[in-house]
Ligand binder design. Sequence first.
Ligand code: ADP
Ligand code: GLC
Length: 502
Amino acid sequence: MKILFATPELAPWMKSGGLGEISASLPAALHEAGMDVRILVPAYAPLLAAFPDAKLVAEFAHPGGNLLSARLLEAKAGNGLPLLLIDCPAYYVRAGSAYLDGAGNDFADNHLRFGLLSRIAALLAGSASPLRWRPHVLHCNDWPCGLAPAYLHFMGGATASTVMSIHNLAFQGIFPADTLEALGLSAAAYAIDGVEYWGRLSFMKAGLHYAQRITTVSPRYAEEIQTEAFGYGFAGLLRWRNRDLTGILNGIDTRAWDPATDTYLPRRYEFAHMKGKGANKTALRQRLGLAQESSCPLFGAVSRITHQKGLDLLADIGEEIAQLPAQVALLGAGDKRLEAALMSLAARHPERFSVTLGYDEGLAHQIEAGADMFLMPSRFEPCGLNQMYSLRYGTPPIVRATGGLADTVVDCNEATLADDTANGFVFAEISAQALLGTIRRAISAWHDTTLWRKLQCNGMLLDFGWAKAAAAYKEIYAGLGEKKKADRARSPAAADKAGTAA
Ligand code: ADP
Ligand code: GLC
């Protein structure tokens, strides 16, 4: 089975969040499960620098509308997976992230930048593809690839079936209606049962409407997005497509995130030898200038600092946390006002709060290992990766009961301790007081060494590898193949043939 995996991010070269990591590890897992996978991604500067010998395999002159011409380069990633890089420097070689300029604003031409990604994905999935390699399935990820199923629908000649994966429904790629022409999309697409969304064009809606199957990154989020509270305007559409929608929990890269081999850690450790974890706590406190107080628990957080992640709830109870006493080591970047609130907390309590603004892979690993517990008070969380890293690092997570957090973290109570499923702490209400209450509950459990060891053990022994998810995607791809065969058998041409034969 041949899969074209289209994505706007690919770790380690371009990553804004979990999608970058998933785009590196899911295709590798699909490959291990026996599929022939190619990753289609814009040729951002770090990718061009990493693959100077990438081979030219196709050219797309004037791919439609006002979209710029592009070249398609092929390279091989370290894990042997083929990469197809869309080379269009005027769109993709810029300072900033995949979506934002250096000042944190969306690039003004994001519709064209990701219109081109979608357009080329569609061209490679149709009969006019310049490549000999023809995918059976085009797997689109998040809004930047959302137009691909729409292009394919209106182009005709689709040779691949389409899957649209939602990693975060809050990001929808909404642009003015008059961008339709620049994007080279058929005017017929601009309809309520098409790409139109409240008088504008939505890339996400295009994907959700035209893809044959929809997946999202946890079973709980698949349910949540069918409700008005989490559906971001698409609850109705998703309920309507309910039979085509599946939630598949992401895996994690268990090689990169393994406390027994993690080279970012000053001391490695594993379940049977946990001493090293204490040494990581000491080293982390030292690195961040936090006081070395043995009776004071240390909470970690590594996150985009945004409304989604609920770190405003943490800022609201900063003073109470300092008095508990407890310490917090936070790494992240995002909303400037919230960054400032957290920084001022750190300035008031330098021995209790450490806030590092920016992106730092090494520190992220050191926080996972050095903290006693990990905080994820998200308002919503399609999957979330850090709670799984935390479980693996013996750092019980404190999470809000939503999306993938609810699917992976089991609240510590008498019943879950008795059946050995307890692995962290879960709260339901979105409020600073609910978070504070849960932090207090976690601290009292932390003082009980036997209980704590059990909690760590339950988490560390869980398997978050990709095998299960890869098998679930394989089943979805295979189902699309079966459906295609059945559709072909039912087509008028097939009926004609049958008639002639009779
Ligand atoms: P999201 O994609 O919504 O941001 P995820 O939990 O899926 O959330 O993935 C976020 C990933 O990015 C995690 O691996 C996390 O460790 C990493 N990350 C987030 N912020 C930072 C940062 N400032 N420095 C290093 N890693 C970060
Ligand atoms: C999104 C979500 C996050 C998820 C990630 C990868 O960025 O916010 O919860 O883990 O995608 O699927």
